[in-house]
Ligand binder design. Structure first.
Ligand SMILES: [Zn+2]
Length: 557
């Protein structure tokens, strides 16, 4: 074999117990050679050495190296848990690697709040986040639970849904929120007193200092840095900020560009601007994206845009087809007028920018797919890869049509575990719940798909999404949708190369192939050979990005 002797000092060969490439031509290997941050060769150690490289690094000799995981739908906000104490139901790893136990009752929540208050100067805000009342069998969270924690600080409990907060009596008083307060979204108890609930941003903003503090944290440089850490901890090497917290104005973009280009920053970021404003603003948005694309670099990419059409299924705000929800009100909420969707999307489609549209419900999936069909009739683009993101209640007919149009799906398959029991019993009923996030059907009909965690909505991590897609177990251990299970091999591809495909980045990331970035996930065990029920328990050592190892901090509690 020909060898090149023009080796550079940063050339390296990593050996491993096994390398899984997600490249069907050569799916496995035992050594990988890296030059200039790119894959030079994957195969045996001898094949790699034939390139003239003598620098062999054996630190991964007992590990499994896989093509780096690609997350096509998350949010920089996932970094906020470094600054705001986490109070969700499930245990969760923080960006620094520490696992915080779950909060299982209003009493435990009060205990957590009391602890934070004890190290906060009197009168200053106590903010906690991630609280998820859907699992609580007891009464609703009210100001009284929080008053038990402190009467000397304003307390702001930001719920996991992002649509609700609960504040204590101190905060209600501070902001003059009393009986009969006229703002929509302020909750009252039976006696007409505010109960502490603030629904949706307009009401949450009444708790001015706390809401602003939250907003500041979400947009801070340090939050982006912590987002990078939490992605690395989960083994993710390319992460999409879908509906970008990263602003495309000069200041915001330059900041993100500087942070992500630092060698300390462990992940490639895809910044997907969100379609907001009026239809007439869309051409401007296209120009802004094009300008930013001109300034992008190998760790910051802008191939796609995001649109949001509805809300969430568990919040009953996803717009779903007949017969609607089995309980609760049918108040599905269109976030853009459906008849205008095609006008909103036209400038992006015509400019060659991929469109990822948030559709939790079946009605909104239909609206989006129909809009794409119309745009394709007007302006053919054979390689658009427009993607229905969430696609949780997409129907069989919609999937066939999406496939025919060249579209993709990005399933929120973590829902099967986190909210599957609730979907079966409370939201859509067993029939449709069994068919939610239908990876098996997408597989059978050839619709390209990937998975996402929507972090911070669920914790980042593709071992968990793969586990969900392969086993389809709910939190109570029941199987939801036996016929929608897929193989480990298909799940691995959905978490890597197929996610890269819908980001228009499969020539750069998503598999270990000659010439692509040397991005790898480093695991203690092989997802293909462990008991499928333990895939999510495999330890993530960290990642390799462009040939550079990034180790997850070893957790301490
Ligand atoms: Zn999202």
């Amino acid at each position: 074999m020909a060898s090149k002797n023009s080796t550079s000092t940063n050339d390296v060969i990593y050996t491993a117990r096994l390398i899984r490439t997600a490249n069907p031509s050569r799916p496995t290997g035992s050594a990988i050679a890296v030059r200039d941050g790119k894959v030079l060769c994957v195969g045996t150690l001898d094949e790699c050495k034939a390139w003239g490289i003598t620098n062999v690094d054996t630190r991964f000799q007992n590990k499994i190296l896989t093509a780096g995981f690609v997350e096509a739908h998350s949010h920089v906000m996932a970094g906020m848990f470094h600054f705001i104490p986490y109070v969700g139901w499930f245990p969760r790893m923080m960006p620094n690697g520490v696992v915080v136990p779950g909060v299982k009752s209003t009493e435990e929540l009060a205990e957590r709040v009391r602890e934070v208050a004890s190290r906060t100067p009197l009168g200053e805000s106590v903010i906690v986040a991630g609280f998820d009342p859907i699992y609580l069998k007891t009464e609703r969270l009210s100001r009284h639970h929080l008053d038990a924690a402190t009467t000397e600080h304003p307390v702001f409990v930001f719920h996991a849904s992002g649509h609700l907060a609960t504040i204590n009596s101190f905060a209600l008083q501070k902001y003059d929120i009393g009986p009969g307060h006229p703002a929509p979204g302020v909750g009252f108890d039976d006696s007409g007193e505010p109960n502490g609930e603030l629904r949706e941003p307009a009401a949450m903003a009444l708790s001015k200092d706390e809401f602003r503090a939250l907003g500041r944290i979400i947009f801070e440089k340090d939050t982006l840095i912590q987002y990078g850490s939490s992605m690395r901890n989960a083994g993710i090497t390319t992460a999409t900020d879908l509906g970008a917290t990263i602003h495309l104005n000069d200041e915001g973009f330059n900041l993100a560009s500087t942070v992500t280009s630092s060698e300390d920053f462990p992940v490639r970021v895809v910044a997907a601007s969100r379609v907001i404003g009026s239809v007439n603003d869309m051409q401007d948005a296209v120009e802004r994206i094009r300008l930013a694309q001109g300034k992008s670099h190998n760790k910051l990419h802008l191939p796609i845009v995001k649109m949001v059409l509805d809300g969430s299924i568990q919040g009953f705000t996803a717009v779903i087809q007949w017969p609607g929800y089995i309980t609760g009100e049918d108040h599905g909420l269109f976030l853009l007028p459906p008849e205008q969707v095609v006008d909103y999307l036209r400038p992006f489609h015509n400019a060659g920018i991929g469109i990822h549209c948030h559709c939790n419900g079946s009605t909104t999936s239909q609206v989006f797919i129909d809009a794409i069909e119309q745009l394709l009739r007007e302006t053919p683009w054979l390689d658009h890869r427009h993607t229905v993101t969430h696609a949780q209640l997409i129907t069989q007919a919609q999937m066939r049509k999406a496939r025919n149009l060249g579209m993709c799906a990005n399933f929120f398959v973590n829902h099967v575990f986190y909210w599957g029991d609730q979907h079966r019993d409370i939201t859509v009923g067993p029939d449709r719940a069994h068919g939610m996030n239908p990876c098996g059907s997408a597989d059978r009909m050839g619709l390209p798909y990937s998975f996402h965690t929507d972090a911070p909505v669920t914790p980042p991590g593709h071992l968990h999404t793969m586990w969900c897609a392969v086993n389809r177990r709910t939190a109570t251990g029941e199987v939801l949708g036996e016929n929608e299970k897929i193989s480990v091999d298909r799940a691995f591809h959905a978490a890597t190369i197929d996610a890269a495909y819908q980001l228009h980045m499969d020539h750069l990331v998503g598999s270990l192939e000659v010439g692509k970035y040397a991005d790898m996930t480093v695991l203690d065990d092989d997802p293909y050979t462990v008991d499928p029920m333990t895939i999510r328990d495999i330890n993530v050592w960290g990642t390799v990005l462009g040939g550079i190892p990034y180790e997850r901090p070893v957790q301490t509690s």
